[in-house]
Ligand binder design. Structure first.
Ligand SMILES: O=C(O)CCC(=O)C(=O)O
Length: 265
C-alpha cells in the first residue's frame, strides 16, 4: 500500500508551513538513491565549495572559520541517473505533493545539499522564494533525507507559521546568496524549531517558510536532496505570458492560460 499522507500532515503544513513524512522512502529506495548519488558525485562533481557565499558568514560562523566550511551541491541528478529521474514521479511522494499544492503539479528542480562531517556548511535564515520567485503560494520544497540528520548534523530549523507573511525582503546581490537581514532574523534573536530526520524521511516546506541550518558538527555525512514542485497554474515572476513555460508535469493536466497555442515550425 505504501506511505499514506494524513490530514494531520496537511493541517500542519497549512498552519506551520512544514510537515515531515517519516519513512516515505523505504530503506531499499534510500540505498539505491544514495548509492547512485554517490556515484554521480564521484563521477561528475569536481569543485571544492565552501557553500553559499556572502557576508552572512560573518554572523553565523566564529572568527577565522568563515571560509572553513565545505559543501557538495549537485543539481539535476536525473541527468545522470534514471533512479533520480523516477523520483520526481514517485507515487507516494507525488500523492503528498498533490495534497499540498493541488492536483496539477509541475516539477521545478532537484538539488543535492551534501554536508561533509565536521565542517559541512551552515545556511543562513532565508526563504526559498527569492531563489525562484513564482506568482503564488503553492510551491513546496521536499527535503529527501539520504542520511540520518540528527541535531548535531546541522538539520533543518524552521520558524513555524512564518510562511503566512509571504515574501520578505532579503539581502541580495552578486556578492551573496539571498539571506534575511541578521539584525532582524538570526538564531540568536529568532526562535526556531529543529526538525531532525532519519534517512527516508521527507520534510515538506513552503517556499515562504523561514528556515536555516547549522554547521554539521557530527562525524557523519548529511546528504539531503531538495526537490521543488509547484501548482501548474503558477508561473515564474516576470514570465512573458506569451511564452510557454516548459517544466515537467508530474500530476494532472496543465491548462493553457494566456500562452499562444502551439504551432509546428
Ligand atoms: O538542509 C539544509 O541544511 C538547509 C537547506 C536550505 O536552506 C534550503 O534547501 O533552502
Amino acid at each position: 500500500m505504501g506511505f499514506q499522507f494524513s490530514d494531520a500532515h496537511t493541517d500542519q503544513y497549512r498552519r506551520d508551513g512544514y510537515c515531515k513524512a517519516e519513512g516515505l522512502f523505504s530503506p531499499d529506495e534510500v540505498k539505491e538513491l544514495g548509492a547512485e548519488m554517490d556515484w554521480i558525485i564521484e563521477e561528475w562533481w569536481g569543485e571544492e565549495s565552501i557553500g553559499w557565499r556572502g557576508p552572512w558568514r560573518d554572523h553565523y560562523l566564529p572568527d577565522g572559520q568563515q571560509r572553513e566550511t565545505r559543501a557538495v551541491f549537485l543539481g539535476n541528478p536525473q541527468f545522470y541517473s534514471a533512479a533520480w529521474g523516477r523520483v520526481i514521479y514517485q507515487q507516494s511522494l507525488n500523492n503528498c505533493v498533490r495534497a499540498l499544492v493541488g492536483p496539477a503539479v509541475q516539477w521545478h528542480h532537484t538539488i543535492l545539499h551534501g554536508k561533509p562531517p565536521e565542517r559541512g556548511t551552515p545556511f543562513p535564515m532565508h526563504q526559498d522564494y527569492p531563489f525562484y520567485p513564482h506568482d503564488g503560494p503553492d510551491f513546496v520544497d521536499c527535503l529527501v533525507h539520504l542520511d540520518d540528520a540528527p541535531l548535531e548534523s546541522g538539520c533543518l530549523r524552521v520558524v513555524p507559521g512564518s510562511h503566512t507573511q509571504g515574501p520578505l525582503d532579503h539581502i541580495e546581490g552578486d556578492h551573496t546568496r539571498p539571506y534575511l537581514p541578521p539584525d532582524q532574523y538570526h538564531p540568536d534573536i529568532t526562535e526556531t524549531v529543529p526538525v531532525p530526520a532519519k534517512a527516508g524521511d521527507v520534510i515538506f516546506f513552503s517556499y515562504y517558510l523561514i528556515h536555516w541550518s547549522d554547521l554539521n558538527h557530527s562525524d557523519q555525512w548529511r546528504r539531503s536532496v531538495r526537490i521543488g514542485f509547484h501548482n501548474a497554474a503558477m508561473l515564474p515572476v516576470g514570465h512573458d505570458p506569451q511564452t510557454p513555460y516548459h517544466k515537467v508535469m508530474v500530476g494532472g493536466l496543465k491548462k493553457r492560460a494566456a500562452e499562444t497555442k502551439l504551432t509546428y515550425r
